[in-house]
Ligand binder design. Structure first.
Ligand code: G6Q
Length: 547
């Protein structure tokens, strides 16, 4: 028997495309009353419904065989074993180790890192408790009431998103802030009105060289020094980094520096000491629940059978939509206001991980890889960009996320929220025919001619794919699960595309050019002749605008 390869299965999937597109999803539901039962999967109090995707049983069978042909399970196991799956940086990708409470050894280069993970986490959580309970005091002996994380990208998006998501767990009177942008407006607006004597900064940077973070950290330092004197720096700063030498130079005391390891990628680092601002906000116990939620998904990803394995199915739906159906973007719409930053978080996770054009061996990718990922919370999006989702010429597959139970007391609001979420999925799937549109307009009192004129505008094609993640409530454990689900979804896509999801060389060029241009922008006399004409023109005009 010849072994199947991804290319062979992709060809089979491509061959199914036309027949699937010829039938509406509403028809597929009508033809198969068990469709929903077949196309959903459950992990405890979380459900993944993918029955509104443009698939049938044969497509799913082929997609599962694609995962086999691409060795997804073997690649997954290699990642969990700590192999150097990040081949271009010769690193493991072991963020899962940070949420592994099994007690089993975790080997990196033959060394068990489990004790070091626990020690660093204990130290970080003890500090979080000290801040919360007022034992960490400022230069004037007052407890801290403001905690400002300074970081960017992976050292910002995770804790910022999660602190917002878990706002109901925050300690009253202890305020979290996140400063990331080198635009001075970010830190200026954050510091306005805050009391330096009661403000703690956490400088979060894996490398401790990132231009934005170092610039903001120096501004914060100057703000503390101006108000409280040079001697106050040690009291008002903590740091999270893998570069302990550089942190010491900045003046942060060793007992306030929390480390992690190069086998934790920036966008996967919320589970490491980078989670310190979150741990301060929600407390060590809740933070540990958050980690456990991620760990539960690891176990599920490793153990659940393929046809019930949620991250595997999420990855397969994404690959189907991207490569077989040609949909270039995906939207994530949380019907959960506290997940407002989740789409931005996923944007980094997915686009930085899978925005690649070459395979692991450096040869060109054989088919389109990472889609454009974007989104905003519902119901707000319904009143903005949903028009295009329903009637535009682009088809955008959606993930809806929604909790069955509210975290606040108002059940009426929550019923409306859920009704809207379910209604959007239904409307996108079902659509409205021209005849239906015409009949509705006629019933509203329009003349037959007017009803016919308006009908094309009121017609919805339907069969627009969406999946729904429906969970009990947004608590720390559930947030941990949601993040880990998407991490593994991204991993599955990368395994199928044979790309390395753990590096990010694409951000380098812009960084280098920004460093080269910084002195030229700052110096009104600097020579522009070596620059390309557009960049030179922009800088010349900037100079004119500055007068
Ligand atoms: C994430 C990326 C990137 C990184 C930031 C911050 O995977 O590598 O977003 O997290 O550039 O880097 P530092 O933590 O080193 O400051």
């Amino acid at each position: 028997m010849t072994e199947s390869t991804p290319a062979i299965v992709f060809a089979e999937l491509a061959a199914r495309r036309a027949s699937l597109l010829a039938r509406s999803v509403a028809d597929l539901f009508a033809a198969n009353p068990a469709r929903y039962d077949r196309f959903h999967a459950i992990l405890g109090d979380l459900l993944y419904d993918f029955s509104k995707q443009r698939i049938d049983a044969e497509t799913l069978r082929l997609l599962l065989s694609l995962a086999e042909a691409a060795d997804v399970a073997a690649k997954r196991d290699a990642m969990f074993r700590g192999e150097l799956v990040n081949s271009t940086e010769r690193r493991a990708a072991l963020h899962s180790a940070l949420r592994d409470f099994s007690g089993a050894p975790i080997l990196v280069d033959g060394v068990d890192v489990a004790p070091a993970i626990k020690a660093e986490r204990d130290k970080m959580l003890a500090f979080a408790a000290d801040v919360r309970e007022g034992r960490v005091r400022g230069a004037h002996g007052q407890p801290m009431i403001n905690v400002i994380n300074i970081g960017i990208g992976g050292s910002d998006l995770g804790p910022a998103m999660a602190a917002r998501a878990l706002a109901p767990y925050a300690q009253p009177g202890l305020h979290s802030y996140f400063v990331s942008n080198v635009d001075g407006a970010d830190i200026a607006d954050t510091l306005r009105g805050l009391e330096p004597a009661r403000t703690l900064f956490i400088v979060s940077s894996k490398t401790f060289t990132t231009q934005e973070t170092m610039t903001n950290a120096r501004t914060a330092r100057a703000w503390i020094v101006a108000a409280l004197g040079e001697g106050a720096v040690a009291d008002h700063f903590a740091a999270v980094s893998t570069r302990l030498d550089k942190v010491a130079e900045f003046g942060v005391e060793a007992n306030r520096v929390f480390g992690f390891w190069d086998w934790v990628g920036g966008r996967y680092s919320i589970w490491s000491s980078i989670g310190l601002p979150l741990a301060i906000a929600i407390g060590p116990e809740h933070y540990l629940e958050f980690l456990s939620g991620g760990g539960e998904v690891d176990a599920h990803f490793r153990e659940a059978p393929p046809e019930r394995n949620i991250p595997l199915l999420m990855g397969l739906m994404s690959v189907w939509n991207r490569d077989a159906l040609g949909y270039a973007s995906q939207a994530v719409i949380p019907y959960d206001q506290r997940l407002a930053r989740f789409p931005a978080y996923l944007q980094q996770l997915q686009m930085e991980s899978n925005g690649k054009s070459v395979r692991r061996d450096g040869t060109p990718a054989e088919r389109p890889t990472g889609p454009v990922v974007w989104g905003e919370p519902g119901t707000n999006g319904q009143h903005a960009f949903f028009q295009l989702l329903h009637q535009g010429t682009e088809i955008v597959p959606l993930d809806f996320l929604v909790a069955a139970n509210p975290t606040n007391a108002d059940a009426h609001h929550h019923d409306l929220l859920l009704a809207n979420c379910f209604a959007q999925g239904e409307a996108l799937m079902r659509g409205r025919t021209r005849a239906e549109a015409e009949a509705i307009t006629a019933r509203q009192g329009a003349s037959p001619a007017e009803a016919a004129r308006l009908a094309p505008h009121k017609t919805f094609s339907g069969s627009r794919p969406s999946s729904t993640l429906l969970y009990s409530r947004l608590d720390p454990r559930m947030l941990g699960r949601l993040i880990a689900l998407y991490e593994h979804k991204v991993f599955v896509e990368a395994a199928i595309w044979d790309i390395n999801p753990f590096d990010q060389w694409g951000v380098e060029l812009g960084k280098e050019l920004a460093s080269r241009l910084a002195p030229i922008v700052a110096d009104a006399q600097a020579d522009l002749s070596a620059l390309d004409p557009s960049t030179a023109g922009l800088i010349a005009h900037m100079r004119a605008l500055r007068g």
